[in-house]
Design a protein around this ligand. Structure first.
Ligand SMILES: [Fe+2]
Ligand SMILES: [Fe+2]
Length: 266
């Protein structure tokens, strides 16, 4: 399947099934087309972006013994995964001249994001809340609209949002286990493993695309756009191990901790 057609299907289809449909054939990138900056993803009527503060906030983990609260958590995370998928499709359409290997890599990450969305959707439903029954926010999507080049995308999404998810997935695995829900915990573990690969993809391309002679840290920070800051790439607890597994150097990790002021428990 052509990358452009895949991106258009994800971004411009109002059917959730189509947005999440797995591509079985291999990807091709023959007709990259011209730059297209989509301002808002097309979504089914029950998943339209809600006005600010209309969507429910993440329930406090101390309430997770209540299945309904866990369902809301999965509903929120399904929307995060769907936005990540849509932002990546946005990148394919906005940067047709990016290296073909980078573009194909994004498409493979998108297939993981499709699976993650489905896993959270199904778990939310099993716990009593169908995906689309609650209002959803557009926080991640809105950040994408400011990316002017591929390096800004890499700093913003893989290295900041997905970087933070390295911590959040472990935190939520723990919350769900403590609430007696190993099924929800297993979903977080699976996503955590995939997220290491996604952050590794970001680190690899930061290295390949940054100007020669510029440090990885400087390339990261200089391509982050306000209000994103390095401390936004860290959850409640900083985990060094998955970041090292994702190819961040000890120096990069030091800077990350130093900048955020978060002490390491490891
Ligand atoms: Fe994901
Ligand atoms: Fe991801």
């Amino acid at each position: 399947m052509e990358l452009r057609a895949f991106a258009e299907r994800v971004l411009l289809s109002d059917s959730l099934d189509l947005k999440l449909e797995r591509v079985r054939e291999s990807f091709t990138d023959v007709t990259t087309g011209t730059e297209l900056r989509v301002t808002e993803p097309v979504r089914p009527s029950n998943l339209q972006f809600a006005p600010r503060r209309a969507a429910p906030a993440m329930p406090h983990p101390s309430t997770f013994t209540d299945p309904k609260r866990r369902a809301i958590a999965h509903h929120i995370m399904a929307n995060h995964e769907l936005q990540a998928l849509e932002v990546m499709a946005w990148v394919l359409l906005a940067f047709p001249n990016a290296p073909a290997e980078f573009r194909t890599g994004i498409a493979h990450v998108m297939q993981d994001e499709q699976r993650h969305t489905l896993m959270h959707m199904e778990r939310s439903s099993a716990l009593g809340v169908k995906f689309g029954d609650l209002p959803v926010n557009c926080y991640i999507w809105k950040k994408a609209l400011g990316f002017e080049n591929v390096l800004q995308y890499i700093a913003g999404l893989p290295l900041t949002f997905e970087g933070r998810n390295l911590d959040h997935t472990l935190e939520f695995e723990d919350y769900f286990l403590k609430a007696g829900d190993p099924k929800s915990a297993a979903i977080m573990k699976t996503i955590h493993r995939d997220e290491i690969a996604h952050v590794a993809f970001g680190m690899e391309w930061l290295r390949r695309l940054k100007p020669e002679g510029q440090s990885e840290w400087d390339a990261y920070v200089q391509n982050l756009q306000y209000p994103l800051r390095p401390n936004k790439s860290i959850g409640d607890i900083f985990h060094a191990e998955p970041r090292l597994a994702a190819g961040m150097t000890p120096d990069f990790l030091n800077r990350l901790q130093h900048d955020s002021g978060t002490p390491s428990p490891e």
